[in-house]
Design a protein around this ligand. Structure first.
Ligand code: FAQ
Length: 337
């Protein structure tokens, strides 16, 4: 694991005394303010490193756990085309998890440590993936709303101050845009289909709307990390700002689909030029975060059993690597003899 002690190779010397730490922190903040990217070997305050490890690893876990709700429908997709697209989409999410684990590793945490945090329940992943996918329309709703919310949150992360995270987000956002379009297309097909299909699309919207709104995190008043993360340009917008942008963009899309948003208080506010919406049920959000959502247990159980089932692959890969290393050493020794 990287520690501050390894930062001797970075731009800044390891600060020893308090005054030196303060000066290094001021230089670090000046680099952030000048929109410079921070790279893995640069000096950084430990709190910045820990914040990024927390956010990037939680983000990676979300992508991995996020494969489960839609993965549930691969065998039951209504056509070969839908099945092929869904397999590709779910596979993309797995890839996003891998880029993000790699980005977090540059901060000094190992992949094994991150897996351990997920499997032990110590690490969070997005609340949204603790809801069930009951019908095919849920696959449409996830693409449209969940990927839509993910894009809204993640486009600004392409400008995050930490280079490896920002760069990983560029490709992820391109793929998420495709995911959002495929979800919207499923919703459009259902909404313009039979009365039963329209009702299925409406039911999915009813169940996914509020959890999607909650994805953006606690309100700004309750968000403990936002202020510091914005100073460090890890976050460029607050949770409420992104939530509002998402609502403003999505309500007209729902109208185009001729579906109603399940919020009786929703209305256009001429004064603010935004939609204003009804209250969010934060009790539900906190219950899901504490592990009491509809699928929390099932999701962690699926990850734990997948990890267990993959033990032989890890053992085989480790044995293979050891064999290769021993062969390389033997041939090096033979050359030197
Ligand atoms: N669920 O002070 P804040 C996707 C936690 S990827 C669970 O506001 P922060 C792709 C938060 O971690 C979706 N926990 O925190 C896909 C913190 O807990 P801690 C994931 C949540 O970090 C689509 C505490 O509450 N996206 O969907 C949630 O400044 C379809 C206090 O909150 C990302 O991870 C939540 N919804 O802001 C895949 C994007 N919200 O650690 C498959 C990157 C908050 O102190 C299918 N992350 N918490 O114990 C972020 O932008 C931020 O981390 C936020 C939270 C905005 C999520």
């Amino acid at each position: 694991m990287y520690t501050q002690a390894l930062d001797v190779h970075g731009r800044e010397p390891v600060p020893a005394a308090a005054a030196e730490v303060a000066a290094a922190a001021a230089r670090f903040q000046a680099r952030i303010d000048a929109d410079e990217k921070i790279e893995p070997k640069d000096w950084m305050p430990d709190a910045y490193r820990q914040t990024l490890i927390r956010q990037i690893s939680q983000h990676a876990h979300s992508e991995i756990v996020g494969m489960l709700p839609e993965g549930n429908w691969i065998t039951r997709a209504p056509s070969l085309r839908r099945k092929a697209v869904l397999i590709a989409k779910v596979q993309d999410e797995g890839g996003h998890g891998m880029y993000l684990y790699s980005a977090a590793e540059t901060l000094g945490i190992s992949r094994a440590q991150m897996f351990e945090q997920l499997l032990s329940g110590a690490a969070k992943y997005s609340s949204i993936f603790n809801y069930p996918t009951l019908t095919w329309a849920d696959v449409g709703a996830i693409g449209w709303l969940v990927d839509g919310a993910a894009i809204m949150n993640q486009i600004p992360i392409c400008r995050c101050s930490y280079g490896p995270y920002a760069r990983a987000m560029v490709r992820i956002c391109k793929e998420e845009s495709f995911h959002q379009r495929q979800g919207f297309e499923i919703m459009l097909t259902l909404a313009r289909g039979s009365a039963a299909q329209h009702a299925m699309a409406q039911d999915a919207l009813n169940r996914w709307w509020w959890p999607s709104i909650m994805m953006f995190g606690p309100s700004d008043a309750d968000s403990k990390h936002t202020a510091q993360s914005m100073r460090w340009k890890i976050k460029r917008f607050s949770n409420d700002e992104l939530r509002q942008k998402f609502i403003d963009i999505t309500v007209p899309q729902a109208r185009f689909l001729e579906l109603s948003i399940p919020d009786p208080a929703l209305r256009w506010d001429e004064a603010t030029q935004h939609f204003s919406s009804g209250p969010i049920d934060w009790n539900e959000f906190h219950a899901v975060l504490k592990g009491s959502g509809p699928c929390n247990r099932e999701r962690l159980e699926a990850r734990r059993s997948a990890h267990q089932a993959g033990a032989w692959v890890r053992a085989a890969a480790t044995a293979h690597a050891a064999k290769q290393a021993a062969r390389a050493l033997a041939s090096q020794e033979a050359r030197q003899a």
